[in-house]
Design a protein around this ligand. Structure first.
Ligand SMILES: CSC[C@@H](O)[C@@H](O)C(=O)COP(=O)(O)O
Ligand SMILES: [Zn+2]
Length: 208
């Protein structure tokens, strides 16, 4: 079983993140889903279909690392497996955030089929945990959108097992997944990705 105090802390961090991400326009309406690790076997995650800018305690539930509900009759996020697979493969991951911003959606639709977007030469790459120079390459795979979430979970698992240092991915026409050790780290990653996506779109506009 899980520690109730740790659950309450995780749930409150998700509620606060939802307000922030909704206010920035990155989680419109009932889009997006968020999770925070409680312990080695349990994760607090948003209930499916809830408005992410108006979350309260009843909109957060617990699942195990296989995505099965624990002590709840609610339906967890339709994309629960995209979260739990990351907690399974990366014991250090404490938070996963999925957002639906306009820029992530548009950039992912412009990317070529089966492509990876490479960001290099941006000072802001240093906002990602462990990155100390603009000279590295931040690689963001773009997976095709699908309603087959178990298949997408397997696809993302295989890619990130091969590229464990990369902090996120796009789903075409859909949105961003990113993660971090803490909520602060993960929110910083969302914000940094949004900046990089905007820079790429502006660069494309300037050089058609
Ligand atoms: C509003 S449609 C978006 C959903 O299909 C999905 O992509 C999403 O992000 C939210 O689903 P949810 O089941 O609430 O976690
Ligand atoms: Zn989504």
């Amino acid at each position: 079983m899980f520690d109730v105090t740790r659950y309450a802390t995780a749930a409150q961090s998700i509620i606060d993140a939802g307000r922030f991400l909704y206010d920035r326009g990155w989680s419109p309406a009932t889009s997006s889903n968020y999770s925070a690790r409680i312990d080695a076997e349990h994760v607090a995650i948003t209930v499916s279909g809830r408005h992410k800018g108006q979350l309260s305690a009843g909109d957060i539930m617990v699942v195990d690392l296989n995505g099965r509900p624990v002590q709840s009759k609610c339906k967890s996020s339709a994309e629960t497996l995209l979260h739990t697979v990351l907690y399974q493969i990366f014991p250090d991951v404490g938070v996963v955030l999925h957002t639906h911003s306009v820029k992530a959606t548009v950039l992912s639709r412009l990317a070529a089929a089966s492509s990876t977007l490479n960001f290099e030469g941006y000072e802001l790459q240093k906002a990602f945990a462990g990155v100390e120079t603009h000279e590295g390459i931040l690689s963001v795979p773009v997976f095709d959108n699908t309603q087959d979430i178990p298949a997408l979970a397997e696809q993302s698992k295989a890619w990130f097992l091969a590229h464990p240092e990369q902090p996120g991915y796009l789903i075409r026409g859909h949105g961003l997944y990113t993660w971090g050790k803490t909520m602060a780290d993960c929110l910083r990653h969302v914000e940094a990705f949004e900046f990089l996506f905007e820079c790429e779109l502006e660069t494309m506009r300037a050089r058609p």
